[in-house]
Design a protein. Structure first.
Length: 313
């Protein structure tokens, strides 16, 4: 298999002394349609999940969710609103691989990431290839899912596309009762597009895009039945230019990130609260190998946040 240059070289070059686990596409295809289920069965992460398909946050080595960085093709996508990522808004089928890095060395991927980091990678292969993958499923409680991805390219350019859909009534029965989970239905759709072009022997340009739209009711329990509803949208676009030589690599990233939510305390009411934040990011990084035992990595990053909502902005 030809060598593939991943978007974030820090994983390879600065991982000495830290545990690094890679989940390949074959593992991902068997790991479920939420990042929560994939990592729950293939790592030592503990998840605080408010029911299947509901809000899910990780606990890495006993730390809180905000101490775990989620890195999408080299940039941190933790929410500026609460500092964490809902792992049930990410469909792993959209990625070539998922890397799990443990330890405090992950602070280089995000402020406060002392627990570890999760890396979502879209690897663009510059070789002749044409591949299609499709997975469909039906399950209990009127659960339906569909995943499709396509990858193709040659020595000059590479392209990948994916779309994922998932829905469920999620109205399971509570054990030893006649009651059902009456407010747990959800549906979501995600779209991914990635493209790369080889400008020259030493220059490559890549474009990544990811969209997610979800609508779910939030499950309660027998003691406190719920009637709330939560809608969220995420849009991420990243443009990357990479120039590499024998000893040094420089990389420029420009990104636009948006996340928004609408929350209904009573799903049958027109009263709601909402919020959203737009992030503009520019990052330049330079990595040089000075000897077999010494290398230097430096970067300059600019972030601009613009938020608004019912209770802020």
């Amino acid at each position: 298999m030809d060598e593939v240059v991943v978007s974030d070289s820090r994983l390879k070059n600065y991982a000495e002394g830290h545990k690094l686990t890679r989940l390949s596409d074959s593992t991902i295809s068997r790991g479920g349609s939420f990042l929560t289920s994939l990592l729950a069965f293939n790592s030592n992460l503990y998840f605080k999940e408010n029911g299947f398909g509901m809000v899910s946050s990780p606990a890495f080595r006993g730390t809180s969710a905000s101490h775990t960085a989620v890195v999408w093709n080299g940039i941190n996508i933790n929410s500026p609103l609460n500092g964490q990522v809902d792992f049930n808004t990410i469909n792993p089928f959209s990625y070539s691989s998922v890397d799990i890095r443990s330890g405090g060395g992950s602070v280089q991927f995000g402020t406060g990431a002392i627990g570890g980091s999760i890396h979502l990678n879209n690897e663009l292969r510059f070789e002749e290839h044409f591949e299609n993958r499709m997975m469909m499923g039906l399950g209990s409680f009127d659960t339906k899912l569909a995943n499709y991805s396509q990858n193709f390219g040659n020595q000059k350019w590479s392209h990948s596309f994916g779309i994922n859909y998932w829905e469920s009534d999620n109205d399971y029965k509570y054990v030893k009762t006649g009651e059902r989970n009456s407010n747990g239905d959800f549906q979501n759709v995600s779209l991914n597009f990635n493209s790369g072009y080889v400008l020259s022997d030493k220059n490559v340009i890549r474009l990544y895009h990811q969209s997610f739209s979800g609508d779910r009711n939030l499950s309660g329990n027998l003691v406190a039945p719920a009637r709330s509803r939560y809608k969220d949208n995420h849009y991420r676009t990243q443009l990357e230019w990479m120039s590499f030589g024998k000893k040094a690599t420089s990389k420029l990233k420009l990104a636009h990130l948006f996340e928004g939510f609408t929350y209904y305390e009573n799903k049958d009411s027109d009263t709601f609260s909402e919020g959203g934040v737009t992030t503009l990011l520019a990052r330049y990084a330079y990595d040089i190998e000075l000897s077999d035992f010494f290398r230097v990595y430096t970067f300059l990053q600019y972030d601009n946040y613009q938020g608004s909502g019912s209770s802020f902005g």
